[in-house]
Write a protein that binds this ligand. Structure first.
Ligand code: LMR
Length: 328
C-alpha cells in the first residue's frame, strides 16, 4: 500500500491525474514509461483513462502510472502475466522475448513514415501480429503510433563514419543492436528511465528515439545534438493478459475495447502534430537539430540496410515486400 501511495504521489507530481476508484469497480492499472505532456502515448493513455472513468463510472476505473513509476518495460510484461498490472503499451521492440514478428518494425529504413506503418498494421498480416503472443498469455489490443526515430550523440553525426566507435543506448532488440554494429558502433540495451543519467555520465555516447522522447526525457540537454535521420520507427502495442481479458464481464470488456479503439483512432490521427510539436519544443529549449542532405542520408541507408539480410528469414520476405510496396 505504501508503495502504491508513493507511486500515486509521483504520478501526481508528473502532472497526471490519478483516478480514485470506488468499491465495486474493476480497477485497471495502466503502466507505462514515458511522460504525459507532448507525448503520443502519454496523451492517449490519459484520454483512455478519462473516458473509461467517465463513461464506465461504477463499472471500471483506470489508473495511469506514467514515467516508469510502477514498472519499467522489462518488468511490465511479467507483472501483467502475474496479474499485478492490467494494461501497458510497450514499444514493439520490447516484445522480442515473446515473439519475433515485430522485428520488421525495428529494421532500419523499412517504413518511410508513420502513415506507411499504419497501412501495414491495418493489413491482414499486421492485424494477425496482435495475436502472436496468445499462447504466451498476452493479447495485443491496438497499435499506438509515436514517430520516426532520430539519432543523437555527444558529437555531431552527419555521416555513419561519425558514429564509428561510439556506444549507443538501445532498446532490448537484436535488430537494433545489429543496426548499431552495422555503422561500426556498439549497442548497450538499457531501461528507458536510465538513459538520461547514462548520457550525462558518459556511460553511453548516444541514443536513438522519437522526438517526443528526446524532448520528454530532455536527452537534448546532455547530447551535442540530434540528427534528423528518420531511420526507424517507434511504435507501441497496447497489450493485456488473456487471463485478465477472459475474467471480465463480456459487456464491460466490449465497452472498454470500444473506448480503446476510438481513442486509438483519434490519437493515431493526431500523432504527426504531437511529433512536430515535440521537435519544435526541443528547438525552443535550445537543442541542436541537424538535418541531412540527400547524399548524407543515403550514406546512412547504405550503411544500415544490410541488416535486413540478417533478419529477412525470421521476419518473412513477404512482409518486407509488402512494406516496400506501401512505401512506393
Ligand atoms: C524506449 O525505451 O526508448 C521507448 O520504448 C520508450 C517509449 O515507451 O517510448
Amino acid at each position: 500500500k505504501m508503495f502504491l501511495t508513493a507511486a500515486c504521489g509521483l504520478a501526481m507530481m508528473a502532472g497526471t491525474a490519478m483516478a480514485s476508484c470506488e468499491d465495486g469497480e474493476t480497477v485497471v492499472k495502466f503502466s507505462h514509461v514515458t511522460n504525459s505532456d507532448k507525448h503520443p502515448k502519454g496523451i492517449a493513455a490519459q484520454l483512455f483513462a478519462d473516458r473509461v472513468n467517465e463513461e464506465m463510472n461504477g463499472k471500471m476505473c483506470v489508473e495511469v502510472y506514467p514515467n516508469s513509476t510502477l514498472y519499467d518495460d522489462d518488468a511490465l510484461l511479467e507483472a501483467m502475466l502475474q496479474g499485478d498490472v492490467q494494461l501497458g503499451a510497450p514499444s514493439l521492440s520490447k516484445f522480442e522475448t515473446f515473439t519475433k514478428v515485430f522485428q520488421i518494425f525495428d529494421l532500419p529504413f523499412m517504413f518511410k513514415n508513420i502513415a506507411a506503418v499504419d497501412e501495414f498494421q491495418a493489413s491482414d498480416a499486421g492485424q494477425e501480429m496482435k495475436s502472436s503472443m496468445e499462447r504466451r498469455g498476452l493479447l495485443g489490443l491496438e497499435f499506438w503510433h509515436n514517430g520516426m526515430k532520430q539519432l543523437s550523440a555527444n558529437k555531431p553525426l552527419l555521416t555513419p563514419d561519425d558514429a564509428k566507435g561510439l556506444k549507443f543506448r538501445v532498446q532490448p532488440s537484436d535488430v537494433i543492436i545489429a543496426q548499431m554494429e552495422a555503422i561500426g558502433a556498439s549497442a548497450q540495451p538499457m531501461a528507458f528511465a536510465e538513459v538520461y543519467g547514462a548520457l550525462q555520465t558518459g556511460v553511453v555516447d548516444g541514443q536513438e528515439n522519437a522526438w517526443s522522447n528526446i524532448y520528454g526525457q530532455k536527452f537534448y540537454e546532455v547530447q551535442d545534438g540530434t540528427t534528423e535521420t528518420n531511420h526507424g520507427v517507434l511504435d507501441y502495442l497496447v497489450v493485456a493478459s488473456t487471463d485478465w481479458l477472459d475474467s471480465l464481464d463480456p459487456e464491460v470488456k466490449d465497452q472498454m475495447l470500444t473506448i480503446l479503439n476510438e481513442v486509438t483512432t483519434e490519437r493515431n490521427g493526431a500523432v504527426n502534430d504531437v511529433d512536430m510539436e515535440a521537435r519544435q519544443a526541443i528547438v525552443d529549449a535550445g537543442g541542436e537539430i541537424r538535418e541531412l542532405d540527400d547524399t548524407q542520408r543515403q550514406a546512412w541507408v547504405d550503411a544500415m540496410r544490410p541488416v535486413w539480410d540478417q533478419f529477412a528469414e525470421g521476419v518473412g520476405q513477404d512482409n518486407i515486400d509488402a512494406a516496400q510496396v506501401i512505401n512506393e
